[in-house]
Design a protein around this ligand. Structure first.
Ligand SMILES: *[C@@H]1O[C@H](CO)[C@@H](O)[C@H](O)[C@H]1NC(C)=O
Ligand SMILES: *[C@@H]1O[C@H](CO)[C@@H](O)[C@H](O)[C@H]1NC(C)=O
Ligand SMILES: *[C@@H]1O[C@H](CO)[C@@H](O)[C@H](O)[C@H]1NC(C)=O
Ligand SMILES: *[C@@H]1O[C@H](CO)[C@@H](O)[C@H](O)[C@H]1NC(C)=O
Ligand SMILES: *[C@@H]1O[C@H](CO)[C@@H](O)[C@H](O)[C@H]1NC(C)=O
Ligand SMILES: *[C@@H]1O[C@H](CO)[C@@H](O)[C@H](O)[C@H]1NC(C)=O
Length: 342
């Protein structure tokens, strides 16, 4: 208990510091250097380099709307003439941030639900005798259900399927080679909720004809987000016609790096373009294709369909952004006015 008593007595003691002045140059200089280092750290590193006085935000809210324009006519030996407009070649057609543009295709027209030979390309569909084609079994990775008959003419099982099955090969030249000249309009709205700052990548103008005529130029028209597909692909370092034949995937990155202490016009979108299916030399994995069908009914009400295997370029639009501002000065900023260029 004595310990407690001593502790309470010591609480009531008065303490002061005693200064010692050392008239020693070395110690004096060392002490001042130490103070200078602390000051230098605060001013140089925290304020100037790290901009510690600025507030930053990386939570960006964004919306992307796309629209493609361009029309082309294809003439394939099997199915004849086809007119392709954006409703046909953009999938899905509703202006998404990720979309696919058809550049090449295989069409299998007028398929009906019937009995026909499985394609020889499907290993499980090949047969030597009827025993290889048990009735009712689906062809693995194939097109239909086996009927129990091995067809001698093709060396494959007879199947119940949409007939005839797809047989032609991918054209070596893209059928929609003029897709190179299609244009894509990318509308991007961004908002940094903390600073109530919002902006878009399109020039604010009341001139209707501006967007109809302009095309993107990093230096002269940075607020005209209309790109030629051929340019987009060549900026990724690839050849459009080659990519259009087998398909591929292209990433479009829009970066907003904004310092609101500077003029708002300096807060502008920076675009970069990359090919995302990078393993291009490996012919098994490169490229992009999928199939879809269009269904019809003939006059007596029977269904038939056209099957398309489409090759094309998939575009992924990605948005990144951050904003910094001096915390003391940020106020509610409205959308800045852009000056019309060109
Ligand atoms: C389409 O191709 C066929 C031959 O494959 C040709 O006879 C025809 O003139 C072509 N049509 C057009 C409009 O080019
Ligand atoms: C297929 O060929 C085998 C023997 O080569 C023959 O026995 C069989 O009858 C043939 N089937 C048909 C449908 O022609
Ligand atoms: C794209 O347009 C340019 C100029 O209009 C033209 O010279 C070129 O042949 C077109 N490209 C294709 C693949 O049609
Ligand atoms: C609208 O823009 C077009 C092309 O950019 C230009 O030629 C025209 O003079 C502009 N019209 C007005 C009223 O500014
Ligand atoms: C891909 O193929 C090209 C020529 O076909 C060759 O020059 C290049 O080195 C290859 N790249 C890789 C990563 O193998
Ligand atoms: C409709 O299709 C069915 C089955 O494919 C066929 O038998 C019929 O003749 C077709 N009718 C007409 C009017 O084409």
């Amino acid at each position: 208990m004595a310990g407690w008593g001593g502790f309470f007595v010591s609480l009531l003691n008065y303490k002061t510091e005693k200064y010692v002045i050392a008239e020693n140059r070395k110690i004096g200089i060392l002490f001042r250097l130490y103070q200078l280092a602390v000051l230098g750290y605060i001013i140089g590193w925290v304020f100037v380099v790290k901009k510690g006085y600025q507030e930053r935000e990386e939570a960006i809210q964004t919306s992307v709307i796309t629209k493609l324009k361009g029309v082309t006519l294809t003439n394939s030996s099997e199915t004849g003439l086809h007119l392709w407009s954006s409703e046909d070649y953009v999938i899905p057609p509703n202006g998404e941030q990720v979309f696919f543009v058809v550049t090449n295709y295989i069409e299998t027209p007028n398929q009906r639900l019937e009995f026909c030979a499985e394609s020889y390309k499907v290993p499980d569909g090949r047969c030597q005798s009827d025993d290889d084609c048990p009735a009712g079994e689906a062809v693995i990775a194939g097109n239909g259900i086996k009927t129990g008959v091995c067809l001698n003419s093709t060396g494959t099982c007879e199947i119940h399927a949409w007939c005839p099955v797809e047989y032609s090969k991918r054209p070596t030249e893209p059928l929609l080679n003029e897709a190179e000249n299609f244009t894509i309009y990318i509308k991007n709205f961004i908002r940094f909720p903390k600073f109530e700052f919002s902006k878009s990548n399109v020039l604010e103008t009341s001139n209707d004809s501006y967007l109809k005529k302009c095309s993107f130029d990093r230096n002269y028209n940075p607020y005209c987000p209309i790109f030629r597909l051929g340019d987009l692909v060549s900026w990724t370092g690839n050849d459009f016609q080659e990519m259009a034949t087998k398909g591929g995937s292209v990433g479009i990155l829009i970066e907003w790096d904004c310092d609101l202490d500077k003029d708002a016009s300096l807060c502008k979108p920076e675009y970069s373009f990359t090919r995302l299916d990078v393993n291009v030399n490996n012919s098994v994995t490169s490229g992009y294709n999928f199939r879809y069908a269009r269904y019809y009914k003939n006059e007596s009400g029977e269904s038939y369909r056209d099957l398309y295997k489409v090759y094309g370029i998939r575009f992924d639009i990605m948005i990144n952004g951050k904003v910094v501002v001096i915390s003391a000065t940020f106020t509610h900023r409205a959308v800045p006015e852009f000056k019309t260029r060109c």
